[in-house]
Write a protein that binds this ligand. Structure first.
Ligand code: ATP
Length: 236
């Protein structure tokens, strides 16, 4: 059984092919990372899973259902949470308004309020700043907000696009520890990341993506000890 299965995905931007026969499995409760250099196609995988770009061929199976043709909002509705690259929060909305936007499909206000309270427990800083405009917050706080917003629909699977981007190392560690905690509480995680060192410390398993192709797949431990991976992604 898998939570998410990508089968032979080919994704194009116009004539230019970004993903080549990408197949990925994520099992219930796993924390899986996809590592790759700038431009390898990491964000394209996330966008393809979310339905923001359409694959030319291949299938996306979520919890046993083929969702390849489903619009993004329906994917969010059935339990796919998405934290986009660059913390795309709504800059001119307050923290709390951003969270409410994340819960736009929830019609029961009690559920919305309960989820907002859960976010504030997880990120006390967001509670302190709930009436502050998102654009006035630091990068680390915006990252917390982006994660909290993705949690508003109680996702079963959380897709995370490059959490480390533009954050100071200490904030990267903090964000990753939050994701690890969410994972240990039962949310399955698929995270694409350029910072292989940090990603392999928190993930159970990893894939290597090179110019749109999966070239390797193994446990994080084996990848950390693989000479080729060390040379290309972990540095000396
Ligand atoms: P980064 O670390 O820079 O985010 P990435 O691994 O996420 O890189 P993608 O953003 O998925 O890579 O890009 C993969 C390839 O697709 C790159 O060659 C990129 O130039 C190209 N690409 C991405 N988005 C578009 C687009 N909207 N139109 C055309 N080409 C695109």
């Amino acid at each position: 059984m898998t939570v998410l299965k990508l089968e032979n995905i080919d994704t194009f931007y116009g004539q230019s092919q970004a993903l080549f026969h990408v197949s990925i499995d994520v099992r219930p409760g796993e924390f899986v990372t996809i590592l790759g250099a700038n431009g390898a196609g990491k964000s394209t995988i996330m966008k393809t899973i979310m339905g923001l770009v359409k694959p030319k061929t291949g299938r996306i199976i979520f919890n046993g259902t083929d969702i390849t043709g489903l619009p993004p909002w329906d994917r969010a509705g059935i339990g796919v949470g998405y934290v986009p690259e660059g913390r795309r929060v709504f800059p001119d909305l307050t923290v709390e308004e951003n969270l409410k936007m994340g819960a736009y499909r929830v019609t029961d206000n009690k559920v919305v309020t309960a989820n907002i309270e859960k976010s504030y427990d997880l990120f006390p800083r967001l509670k302190e700043r709930k009436n502050q405009l998102a654009k006035t917050m630091s990068g680390g706080e915006q990252q917390m907000l982006a994660i909290a917003r993705a949690l508003m629909l109680n996702p079963k699977l959380l897709l995370i696009d490059e959490i480390s981007m533009g954050l100071m190392p200490i904030l990267v560690n903090h964000s990753l520890s939050i994701v690890k905690r969410l994972n240990s509480e039962g949310i399955t995680v698929l995270m694409v990341e350029q910072n292989a060192n940090k990603a392999l410390k928190v993930a159970d398993r990893g894939y290597i993506l090179k110019t749109g192709k999966i070239t390797m797949e193994d446990t994080s431990e084996n990848l950390r000890n693989n000479a080729e991976v060390i040379k290309a992604y972990l540095g000396e």
